[in-house]
Design a protein around this ligand. Structure first.
Ligand code: BDR
Ligand code: CA
Length: 341
């Protein structure tokens, strides 16, 4: 029997964030115990609205959602990416507004609380700018020893960036926070554009989602129609990269990395053209990546298998809730046994 790991998800919901959330809810390896939002694809508040509505659609109203940072550590929120994710962040799809509202704690406070509640087992998955995670490190300096693992969708190791020639969106939107997270006393798995741009969801996969009887799969299929239009200019056909759900699948351990060296990594926080670049020391490539003292960043560069079929299969598999068994009343059996004796 699979024991799911507790997950804290930090996101900027976002179409691919929505897919990652749905994937985690559907995975038998994950138990989402809290979600925090941050400004990125949309404002933190709009991301929280999307998250609450998606959770309600999925029947997961017990998952608390905390509002996180609106602005990065320095400067202010740049207004999101409506040309990629739509004005509302979910491709213009209108979801029923959930009755639930955000928690009274901030996202950083939620992460710290959950880390204390699940010491050594909480898995942190960050698929937006890293402001909340940096803030949580400030609130609780021993956070690295409390959590089980940290997986970050972000950066570009050898691949070009998607915001500047060298910077990927999540890191570019708060480089100072990303620098703090990569420098903290924990091992981080970085899932950069090098691998996510090579994990592509095709129109046939989208049609499978649309044809499903699952409402969640159907709305994801609708959202992807918008996302595909952005990526059509890049790939030359209607399809999309799978950034955030791939990071989710790697975090739960459902897909296997082929090349994922553990290296030293830093973030450029200068004001020059390199701002937001993840500088991963991949020079060990020529020597088969020998272990390097002080290296703590596992950079996923390629996968063993094609990710899209696993993603679609997971999203289409009905979630089996643990069976609630009635407590067995042994009183009657004991009494009749005594009467026989
Ligand atoms: C990342 O940026 C956001 O637009 C996506 O949701 C993903 O987390 C890709 O660069
Ligand atoms: Ca995201």
């Amino acid at each position: 029997m699979t024991t799911p790991s507790p997950f804290y998800l930090d996101c900027d919901t976002g179409i691919d964030d929505a897919l990652a959330l749905a994937y985690l809810l559907a995975s038998p390896f994950a138990d989402v115990v809290g979600v925090g939002t941050v400004s990125g694809n949309v404002s933190a508040a709009a991301g929280a609205r999307n998250t609450l509505d998606l959770l309600a659609l999925a029947g997961s109203t017990d998952v608390p959602v905390a509002l996180g940072a609106h602005d990065p550590l320095f400067g202010s929120f740049g207004g999101g990416a409506p040309w990629v994710h739509g004005e509302n962040g979910i491709g213009g799809v209108q979801l029923t507004t959930a009755a639930a509202s955000v928690a009274s704690e901030s996202a950083a406070e939620m992460l710290v609380r959950l880390a204390r509640r699940y010491p050594g087992t909480l898995k942190v998955l960050a698929i937006g700018p890293l402001t909340n995670i940096a803030e949580a490190l400030r609130l609780e300096p021993s956070l690295p020893s409390l959590v089980h693992s940290v997986t970050v969708m972000g950066g570009a190791a050898l691949a070009p960036g998607n915001i500047t020639p060298v910077a990927e969106a999540n890191i570019f939107n708060d480089p100072e926070a990303a620098a703090l997270v990569l420098a903290a006393d924990w091992d981080v798995t970085l899932v950069p554009l090098d691998v996510t741009m090579n994990s592509v969801l095709e129109e046939t996969h989208r049609q499978q989602l649309l044809a499903s009887s699952s409402l969640v799969a159907q709305v994801l299929g609708e959202m992807l129609g918008y996302y595909f239009r952005f990526y059509e200019d890049i790939y030359g056909r209607p399809c999309s990269a799978m950034h955030d759900p791939l990071a989710a699948a790697l975090a739960v351990g459902a897909v296997t990395a082929a090349v994922a060296p553990v290296v030293r990594a830093a973030v450029d926080t200068s004001d020059g053209p390199g701002r937001g670049q993840t500088i991963c020391d991949l020079r060990g490539l020529y020597a088969g990546y020998p272990s390097v003292k002080g290296a703590r960043c596992r950079v996923v560069l390629s996968l063993e298998e094609d990710f899209a079929p696993h993603l679609v299969e997971t999203l289409l598999t009905p979630v089996v809730e643990p069976v609630e068994t009635e407590p067995v009343d042994t009183t009657a059996a004991v009494a009749s046994a005594a009467a026989v004796a």
